[in-house]
Design a protein. Structure first.
Lengths: 306, 278
């Protein structure tokens, strides 16, 4: 557990300027004690304010990669770790998970894995991390109310975390992380377990955070949703990065995506097939990746022909 | 009740407690060979309804008939050879030390001979593509395969109706495709009726013929997938987004293109034809 004093020092030493990289992952390879070679020579970086999407089939190493960003890998899991992860100027090998926790907030797939289980209300749950880290009372109250408002749970402060819907629980998990004001929020398939309303609620919160300039790294299978808010995408398969680039660059590479079992947005695939089987004249990079782009291109096509 | 109706509910009400009413007067007929998607918000009653189809739950009011049998007159284990229910969470279901034993449990339990048990188990594992994992420990399988294993352990009972509770949740795209193919195969090769609870509308478009949308213990909409996906207002209330191609063709309708497109393949054909003609 960190003292207040230590936290203040950390902030001063490691505060970074806006044009700097928030995350730098350099040639990281990792084996769990029981599963070898889960990550193989992975390198990438994330700039402040950027939304990075991580895609790939289950078992590709996405969750493991996310856990390197706050030091859970290797500090908690053990195993063999090679390479370097620098987050907000902190080498994860030289800092504890609790030191890293105020810089990198990790949101798990299943909100029930995130909730502390020891608090009786939404308010207490969000305050829990802050009080564990020794923040003063006034700061805690400010930050808790702020985080609760950001995720749209205002009015539910007194409810038990376990009486909430899945979407509300996941937003609560995000609030507990937001309250620590991390530089980066890392989310591991945050909508995978949720129903349509829950998915919509969580994605709306993430889109709001993007507007505020929050740096986000998110693993996600909902490619059509990811297409509407990620800046860059990294595709992982079998522990290796096999594609990376702007969201458009990655999602328009239809064949490559399909070769690793990832479906591009259907609108993108539609244009890919029209090009290849019906001779539609369109540059690959100009494929639509969102519904709105698709509608626009189709309308232009139909107007031209009429 | 006609011969082709396998499950019928009549004014089905169910309450977990006096003030927790999960189903509020469900009238429904499920016909042999249908593939039905049960969609809607969590807490809307989908799972509660599905658990009535094999007698895991008995109505508080009204009745459920499975092939004409009132579910209150038969214990769930006797109905399970007619209607197989696959839980959402594999951990609620799996308890054996090997994949083979897990799938063999059902047929053994209904008193089949060793030979029949072996045949059925191997056939079921073959169908879901897990035969090579026969000797593996279930918990060594990844999530997608674990889900297929739970389906196999129902296939080995050869039910006429399968209820699959969220088989696509937590699956990656490959896993969803495997489940989609399996559902089509069970329906085509065994003539099975399949009821799938899912939140994945591309999966619904690809696999199901009929959609039942539930909310607050009631049926909000029930009909062919194509028609339900056109009821944008009702879907919007449930925050359900129809597939991208459906939304695309709704926008293109003023240009003389048809509405009611739900599959990528259909969209390709219509736009492709259009490009060819002009």
């Amino acid at each position: 557990m960190l003292s207040k004093f230590k936290i203040c020092c950390l902030r001063e030493v490691f505060d970074i300027t806006s044009d700097e990289l928030v995350i730098k992952v350099d040639k990281v390879s990792y084996s769990y004690p029981t599963t070898p070679n889960v990550l193989k020579n992975v390198s990438f970086s994330v700039k402040k304010g950027e939304i990075l999407g991580i895609i790939g089939p289950n078992g590709a190493g996405k969750s493991t990669l996310l856990k390197t960003l706050n030091g859970l890998v290797p500090h908690f899991y053990g195993g063999k770790f090679k390479g370097k992860v620098i987050v907000c100027g902190m080498d994860t090998m030289k800092h504890t998970v609790s030191e890293l926790a105020v810089k990198v907030g990790l949101v798990f797939q299943d909100p029930l894995n995130q909730l502390s289980g020891v608090t009786g209300s939404v308010y207490e749950e969000v305050a829990f991390g802050l009080s564990m880290l020794g923040f003063p009372h006034e700061t805690i109250e400010d930050r808790v109310m702020n985080a609760i408002e950001k995720v749209g749970l205002k009015g539910l402060e007194k409810r038990s975390p376990y009486s909430l819907s899945g979407g509300q629980q996941q937003r609560l998990a995000i609030a507990t992380v937001l309250a620590l004001k991390p530089e980066v929020i890392v989310l591991d398939e945050p909508t995978a377990q949720l129903d349509p309303i829950g998915k919509y609620e969580v994605l709306s919160v993430l889109k709001e955070l993007k507007k505020e300039g929050q740096t986000i790294v998110i693993a996600e299978h909902e490619i059509e949703e990811l297409a509407t808010f990620a800046d860059r995408i990294l595709a992982l398969e079998n522990g290796k990065i096999i594609m990376r680039g702007s969201t458009r660059e990655v999602l328009t590479a239809v064949e490559e995506l399909k070769s690793i079992g990832v479906n591009p947005p259907s609108i993108t695939e539609l244009f890919h097939i029209l090009k290849n089987q019906y001779g539609l004249s369109i540059n690959e990079k100009a494929y639509p990746v969102s519904l709105e782009e698709g509608i626009k291109i189709c309308k232009e096509l139909l107007e031209d022909k009429n | 009740m006609t011969e082709h109706v396998v499950i019928k509910t009549e004014d089905l009400w169910y309450a977990y407690a006096p003030d927790i009413v999960a189903l509020k007067g469900i009238d429904l007929e499920i016909r042999k060979g249908e593939i039905i998607a049960l969609i809607g918000q969590n807490g809307g009653g989908k799972t509660t309804l599905a658990k009535h189809f094999n007698g895991l739950l008995k109505p508080t009011k009204g009745r459920v008939l499975v092939k004409g049998i009132d579910t209150r007159d038969k214990p769930a284990n006797e109905l399970s050879t007619i209607v197989g229910y696959v839980f959402q969470n594999p951990m609620d279901q799996i308890f054996s030390k090997t994949v083979f034993e897990e799938v063999a449990f059902g047929p053994k339990n209904i008193g089949l001979s060793d030979k029949e048990v072996k045949e059925r188990t191997e056939e079921a594992l073959e169908k879901v593509g897990l035969l090579e994992y026969s000797n593996a420990h279930p918990l060594d399988l990844d999530f997608g395969k674990l889900k297929l294993l739970t389906i196999a352990s129902i296939i080995s009972l050869k039910p006429e109706v399968y209820c699959l509770d969220e088989p696509t949740t937590g699956q990656d795209h490959i896993g969803r495709k495997r489940v989609a193919e399996l559902v089509k195969k069970l329906n085509k090769e065994e003539g099975a009726t399949v009821i799938v609870i899912t939140h994945d509308m591309n999966f619904v478009a690809e696999v199901a013929e009929r959609v039942i949308l539930m909310a607050d213990g009631k049926i909000l909409a029930d009909g062919p997938v194509r028609e339900i996906f056109q009821q944008i207002e009702i879907l919007r209330k449930a925050q359900i987004k129809p597939p991208q191609v459906t939304l695309l063709f709704n926008e293109l309708h003023p240009y003389g293109l048809p509405k009611g497109v739900i599959k990528l393949g259909e969209a390709v054909e219509i736009l492709g034809d259009f490009l060819r003609k002009t």
